[in-house]
Design a protein around this ligand. Structure first.
Ligand SMILES: C[S@@+](CC[C@H](N)C(=O)[O-])C[C@H]1O[C@@H](n2cnc3c(N)ncnc32)[C@H](O)[C@@H]1O
Length: 362
């Protein structure tokens, strides 16, 4: 059966997003936004595009809205939020981010140049549907109008996610609203699935995986105290792991990024050995088939978590009679990797690439 027949046309049909500007979305998730705005949106509430960048998500939502035959009044129903200049993410410096944006999109952002003119150009006539909210979203408030589609691609730090929960979640409409998390299948933002999972009694999974995105439908009103507890994020380390475990079970079949996220969370909690074990056990036989593109995309964060966990374990007390000179003589590439700064020592390199051997000897 085709994905169109199963009600998930966005997985295979990209015709609606032809002409979309380049941005940070894959074809499936871009098409998901288009289809949600065209085929699911009923006009009961507004549409939020939180994290607009150069306008790809806004374009897909606006185009779907434009072609929506059910809704008459469309002007200003779509709200795009962005700084419209260089932003940073945990672990990425200003300079690296600026280089990345220049290389990938040909845009100059180093001196905080505005990218708003590119967004406007990219939206063209569709801009008539959009209300712009320019600036730090942490300074914004939502007036409380109902929200029908909430697209979240802005929570690159935990405080922003906490603010987004407080700002928007009270305005979702039970039985109607859809929340799309663009960073769901991503390996570095554990706070996102943890707080979303905390609210999971009130949501059902609408789309488990379209590229990096997952979508949820609100099925019941979320009590104010649950929204506040999710936003306050005062979860203990154990509660965070338990919530992530529950999300992993809920996303069975599409859980490999959540599992990697759990390994990263364990590492950040000082549980490097368990983190490395999880990376090894899950990713040697991950059991969830990947296309070569996905495998390539996945290998970066796997390497990041495994290398960081190995660094945490490469303490002198763990050396188990390790002979650094012998290892370096056998593995000339290790010396190069140490010289490049990626590894601190021969022992660090050994743990990273011989994790099973290291773990079995401990
Ligand atoms: C991954 S990009 C969004 C990509 C976009 N949805 C697309 O379709 O290509 C994340 C965006 O979030 C914005 N952002 C990050 N932190 C922000 C904040 N505190 N306030 C407003 N915008 C923010 C950045 O400026 C950036 O454009």
């Amino acid at each position: 059966m085709s994905e169109t027949a199963t009600g998930r046309p966005w997985l295979t049909d990209f015709s609606g997003i032809k002409g979309a500007p380049s941005g940070m979305l894959g074809g499936q998730e871009a098409s998901l936004l288009y289809h949600l705005a065209r085929d699911h949106y009923q006009g009961y509430g507004d549409i939020i595009d939180a994290g607009a960048f150069l306008g790809c998500s806004a374009y897909c939502l606006a185009k779907g809205l434009d072609e929506n035959l059910r809704v008459g009044s469309k002007s200003g129903r779509l709200h795009s939020y962005d700084l419209f200049h260089l932003w940073t993410e945990p672990g990425v410096s200003h300079d690296d981010m600026s280089d990345f944006l220049k290389r990938s999109y040909g845009i100059e952002t180093a001196g905080q140049e505005s990218t708003f003119h590119i967004f406007s150009q990219n939206l063209g006539a569709l801009a008539r549907h959009v209300r712009i909210h320019q600036g730090d979203i942490l300074q914004e408030q939502w007036p409380g109008r109902p929200i029908e589609i909430l697209f979240i691609d802005i929570c690159k730090t935990q405080p922003v996610w906490q603010h987004v929960i407080r700002m928007f979640f009270k305005s979702l409409i039970p039985g109607v609203s859809l929340v799309v998390h663009q960073d769901w299948h991503h390996a570095s933002l554990p706070y996102l699935p943890i707080a979303q999972e905390y609210m999971s009694d009130y949501f059902e999974i609408f789309e488990p995986k379209a590229n990096d995105s997952a979508a949820f439908r609100l099925i019941d009103r979320i009590p104010d105290n649950v929204i506040e507890a999710a936003a306050a994020y005062r979860f203990t380390d154990q509660e965070q792991v338990a919530l992530l475990d529950r999300a992993i079970r809920r996303f069975e079949g599409n859980s490999r990024f959540l599992k990697l996220l759990k390994a990263e969370l364990l590492r950040r909690q000082g549980r490097a050995r368990e983190a490395l074990e999880l990376v090894e056990d899950t990713y040697a036989n991950h059991g969830e088939p990947m296309t070569p593109d996905e495998a390539n995309y996945f290998s970066g964060p796997v390497d990041g978590t495994a290398t960081a966990a190995a660094r945490d374990l490469a303490r002198p007390g763990n050396t188990i009679g390790f002979d650094a000179s012998k290892y370096l003589a056998q593995r000339p590439e290790a010396a190069e990797a140490i010289a490049s700064g990626k590894f601190d020592s021969a022992f660090h390199h050994y743990i990273r690439f011989n994790a099973r051997d290291f773990l079995s000897r401990q």
